[in-house]
Design a protein around this ligand. Structure first.
Ligand SMILES: *[C@@H]1O[C@H](CO)[C@@H](O)[C@H](O)[C@H]1NC(C)=O
Ligand SMILES: *[C@@H]1O[C@H](CO)[C@@H](O)[C@H](O)[C@H]1NC(C)=O
Ligand SMILES: *[C@@H]1O[C@H](CO)[C@@H](O)[C@H](O)[C@H]1NC(C)=O
Ligand SMILES: *[C@@H]1O[C@H](CO)[C@@H](O)[C@H](O)[C@H]1NC(C)=O
Length: 520
């Protein structure tokens, strides 16, 4: 990845190296093996990578990773209690601009995020990632181990950052001047936890597709799967084959495509779409002419998917699955009718506290009620008090694709509104430290039909190096330059077409006169 153009912008606030201090490079890097003394920590290996290469990975998630910028690699292992710990890596670029970055995880993992380490060092951040207290995408180590649960909830990221900052200080001979966090999905949840529970860790946080209110998200996912027929979907009368969801999308577009002012195959704000599933019900003519249509049982399943899930007392457990989020390619993740592995893991190791295989046919309201009660050291992540983070001057950018089939997009708005009501701050006031951008038609963290889904959030190469088009540059400019982003400009897969992503509560509407989407 060629990144020279980013230099100008990121150099903002760059502190020039004091010649009296140590310089990065081979000798000083390798010396860390013996000179680093960090609490509860063993240095596993230190290596120096002067040019782009491929390195072997720690853990079970991936075997090799590509690297781009010259850097020093520190691999370490830290105990967090007598029954828990994590492995982590700090990647320290030769050309360091004084910034620290911590990155999060995803799903139930368990995986050092090598692509994010590479992105961070490429952008001249000293970057740290850990396995979040366990290896792999599973909850098996959560069983009867509240310490491992704490690491997954918030502690591993907190400690990896504290240690990473010490490594930075020692290697470069001076402390970082600003610290950042970047993550998506569970990584977005972890970024939210950092703001709520460890408000002093970061000056700026970018949190995407946050898997907030986590246990209720699992209830929603499990309920959808059961509605479609889990654990034996193919023999269930409500089963909807993967190939049939395209007809649902077609009907959604027939009902709602025009709502954003243009018929273009996407629904920019699915919350405005009151999708009426009845129109998909088979008529005798449909049946006679073999027109794709849905049985009453299938319509019932669709209604579970496209409406929120409620607790018995009528409070909302989780927002609905958004119309158009059933679009390929991630549809199989949520709507195949298979009971989600992460929900059965959660039932076994967190809720029932048993390693016995989970029988998903038993999942009903009683199991949802049990799930509702198990939090594991704040793991749910759904509270609105960000006073401390705001008071220390922290800045928070959240984003969420409106066609995310993994984490229902409505949760991003619920969180925004929860913070707003908890802190008694209207959006105009929240703007001073917390901004949410809904990304039309984007799937989970990136991707999505006709979505302008590239804005620097992922470890993808991007030549769009402005604060408007690159969300990491946007947070740096907000924190260090005082320039808050009003829109995030995304670029489509063609590398050319752009779209303004709007700051919630504004929504994206087609303006025929200007022939572009505008925020209203
Ligand atoms: C962005 O990149 C262009 C070259 O592609 C360069 O001319 C410009 O200075 C860069 N801008 C910033 C702010 O880094
Ligand atoms: C490393 O880069 C090569 C060449 O671009 C690519 O084929 C491979 O998938 C990359 N590996 C990883 C783990 O990203
Ligand atoms: C080191 O571990 C002990 C117990 O395992 C813990 O009490 C202490 O807080 C840890 N120190 C740090 C810096 O995390
Ligand atoms: C399993 O353990 C959690 C505490 O981690 C507890 O809240 C829950 O009630 C336990 N479940 C059962 C079935 O005992």
């Amino acid at each position: 990845m060629h990144v020279a153009p980013l230099t100008g912008l990121l150099a903002l606030g760059h502190v020039h190296r004091d010649p009296g201090h140590s310089t990065p490079g081979l000798a000083n890097c390798l010396a860390l093996q013996h000179s680093l003394h960090l609490e509860n920590t063993t240095i596993l290996d230190v290596s120096y990578h002067p040019s782009p290469s491929t390195v072997a990975c720690q853990g079970t998630c991936q075997t090799t990773a590509n690297t781009s910028a010259p850097f020093c690699r520190v691999q370490f292992k830290t105990t967090t209690s007598s029954m828990s710990g994590f492995t982590a890596e700090a990647w320290l670029p030769d050309e360091w601009y004084g910034r620290f970055m911590s990155v999060g995880n995803g799903g139930l993992n368990g995986c050092i995020q090598y692509d994010r380490l590479d992105q961070g060092t490429t952008l001249h951040f000293a970057t740290v990632s850990s396995n979040d207290g366990h290896d792999g995408d599973t909850a098996v180590t959560f069983l009867n181990n509240p310490q491992v649960q704490s690491d997954f909830s918030h502690r591993a990221v907190h400690i990896q950052s504290a240690l990473g900052k010490q490594i930075v200080n020692q290697y470069y001979g001076r402390p970082h001047h600003h610290s950042y966090y970047v993550g998506c999905s569970s990584g977005g949840r972890q970024g939210t936890q950092a703001a709520l529970l460890h408000p002093n860790d970061y000056d700026g946080i970018v949190a995407g597709a946050c898997a907030l209110d986590f246990n209720h998200l699992l209830i929603k996912a499990a309920r959808m799967a059961r509605a479609i027929g889990a654990p034996n979907p193919a023999s269930s009368p409500s089963y909807i084959p993967l190939t049939s969801w395209q007809y649902v999308t077609k009907e959604i577009l027939a009902q709602c495509d025009a709502l954003d002012g243009i018929v273009d195959g996407i629904v920019s704000d699915p919350d405005a779409c009151n999708f009426n599933t009845e129109r998909l019900l088979c008529t005798p003519v449909d049946v006679a002419t073999k027109t794709p249509c849905f049985t009453r049982d299938q319509i019932t399943a669709l209604n579970v998917v496209y409406t929120p899930t409620y607790a018995p007392d009528g409070t909302q457990w989780y927002p609905r699955f958004n119309p158009t989020a059933e679009r390929a390619p991630l549809v199989a993740f949520s709507l195949s009718g298979a009971f989600p592995a992460y929900a059965s893991d959660w039932m076994r190791y967190m809720v029932l506290n048993s390693s016995a295989t989970y029988d998903a046919s038993t999942f009903g309201l009683n199991e949802a009620i049990l799930m509702d009660k198990v939090w594991g050291d704040n793991l749910a992540t759904f509270s609105g008090d960000s006073h401390a983070f705001n008071a220390r001057g922290g800045k928070f950018i959240a984003f969420h694709g409106t066609a995310d089939p993994v984490v229902m997009p409505g949760i991003a708005k619920r969180m925004y509104n929860l913070v707003s009501s908890t802190m008694s701050m209207a959006p105009s006031a929240l703007d001073s430290f917390y901004r949410l951008f809904m990304i039309p038609s984007m799937e989970h963290c990136n991707g999505g039909y006709k979505a302008a889904d590239e804005f620097g959030q992922y470890a993808v190469a991007t030549n769009k190096n402005t604060t408007k088009t690159h969300i990491i540059l946007a947070i740096v400019d907000w924190v260090e330059g005082g320039n808050a982003p009003d829109v995030i400009v995304g670029t489509m897969a063609d590398g050319v077409t752009t779209r303004d992503h709007c700051k919630y509560p504004a929504t994206s509407m087609w303006d025929a006169k200007q022939a572009k989407f505008v925020c209203v």
